[in-house]
Design a protein around this ligand. Structure first.
Ligand SMILES: Nc1ncnc2c1ncn2[C@@H]1O[C@H](COP(=O)(O)OP(=O)(O)O)[C@@H](O)[C@H]1O
Ligand SMILES: [Mg+2]
Length: 364
């Protein structure tokens, strides 16, 4: 396997920049998820790595080779697509063997590679079957096997699980992760599902509008989202964001709502808020860091319950605070109902502050 390096990669269609100056390095053996909403440039980025479309600018290295001008077949990469594109009339064995037969490898070698890939993917017992005799998950493994026999330098996968039903998707998620761990494979994996990225990837590249927003481990992206876009994209339910204004009440720095209330900030948060480019500051908080109170307590602000959604172990409430919808997770035993007036308590050590003008996280 090999590392994959993108440097200032650009792809434009006229004035439309599908990929805009994207740079990141996938280390040898790393699993990287390209994630972001539909149309943000994930597939285009993957296709540029594969060489399926020409770049408008920048460099791509795979291993020690600059591949800008190499054909897809010469890049030694394996692609796994959403539809597995298995040959329906060939057995699983022949589906795996086909790319090797095309390369005119000796029969004994083909046999050895197919058996070894089948063993890794636990499909040895399926080798004589036809694709239609397999479950969706098994077909997925055959598609992976066909990529694997080619000994690629990297695997490129574009939403490979999106055709599967919810339960199988969760199961295949674990299998793909296992596949990656066992093979120490370099994987670039495209998904619009942030949960897939968070659960499987060593690093995630969050994209929006052709731009790379943040490239880091899922834990770091979750803990320190770089701007309000990333904050609201990663996590389920998303981080809640409340646009407010920073002000002083004479003794303390506070966040002020147009509804008339003030939230005093800790000294550290006050310094962050005062570093904003204007008075506009966005207060961010994840559902699990918020507490609900029936009456005003220090550090709490008033809100009105919008919806209450029990899910079993956790109940999610949506509360309107200063015009924004705020998600809060509660013990199922907490009794609240829509339209009730409540108080929401913020934890000063776990809130996030963003510049209301630039959307960037405010840090010290
Ligand atoms: N051949 C093309 N011509 C013009 N625009 C394209 C072409 N291919 C993709 N785009 C545009 O580039 C953007 C990124 O597309 P894509 O990479 O497929 O997004 P994603 O995979 O993240 O959903 C989209 O706005 C899409 O419409
Ligand atoms: Mg796509």
């Amino acid at each position: 396997m090999a590392e994959v390096v993108l440097k200032d990669v650009v792809k434009n269609y006229g004035a439309m920049f599908a990929v805009n100056n994207v740079s990141f390095t996938v280390a040898d053996g790393e699993f990287v998820a390209l994630v972001g909403p539909s149309g943000c440039g994930k597939t285009t980025t993957l296709n540029l790595i594969a060489g399926l479309i020409p770049m408008s600018g920048g460099d791509i290295h795979i291993g020690d080779r600059l591949v800008n001008d190499l054909d897809p077949k010469d890049r030694d990469i394996a692609m796994v697509f959403q539809n597995y594109a298995l040959y329906p009339n060939k057995t699983v064995f022949n589906n795996l063997a086909f790319p090797l037969q095309m390369r005119k490898l000796p029969r004994a070698e083909i046999d050895k590679k197919v058996q070894s890939a089948a063993k890794v993917l636990d499909i040895t017992h399926l080798l004589e079957r036809k694709p239609r005799e397999l479950s969706g998950g098994q077909q997925q493994r055959v598609a992976l096997g066909r990529a694997l026999v080619r000994d690629p330098r990297a695997f490129l996968m574009d939403e490979p699980l999106s055709n599967l039903d919810a339960k199988l998707r969760v199961q295949m998620r674990s299998e793909l992760k296992r596949f990656h761990q066992d093979l120490h494979a370099t994987v670039v994996y495209v998904t619009h599902d942030q949960l897939e990225a968070v659960t499987m990837a060593d690093k995630m590249a969050v994209m929006n509008g052709g731009f790379l927003q943040q490239y880091d481990t899922p834990a770091n992206v979750f803990a320190n989202p770089i701007n309000t876009f990333v904050a609201s994209f990663v996590g389920s339910p998303a981080m809640s964001l409340i646009p407010l204004e920073v002000a002083s009440n004479g003794t303390q720095t506070v966040l002020q709502s147009s509804e008339g209330w003030e939230l005093p900030l800790s000294p550290i948060n006050a310094r962050k808020a005062l570093a904003a480019s204007t008075k506009k500051v966005v207060l961010g908080a994840r559902h699990s860091t918020l507490k609900l109170a029936k009456s005003a307590v220090p550090g709490s602000v008033p809100g009105k319950v919008y919806t209450v959604e029990p899910t079993g172990d956790i109940t999610f409430a949506q509360v309107f605070i200063s015009g924004a919808v705020v998600n809060i997770s509660l013990e199922p035993s907490v009794a609240i109902r829509p339209d009730e007036m409540v108080f929401v308590e913020f934890d000063q050590e776990r809130i996030h502050l963003f510049d209301g003008e630039t959307t960037m996280a405010l840090t010290l």
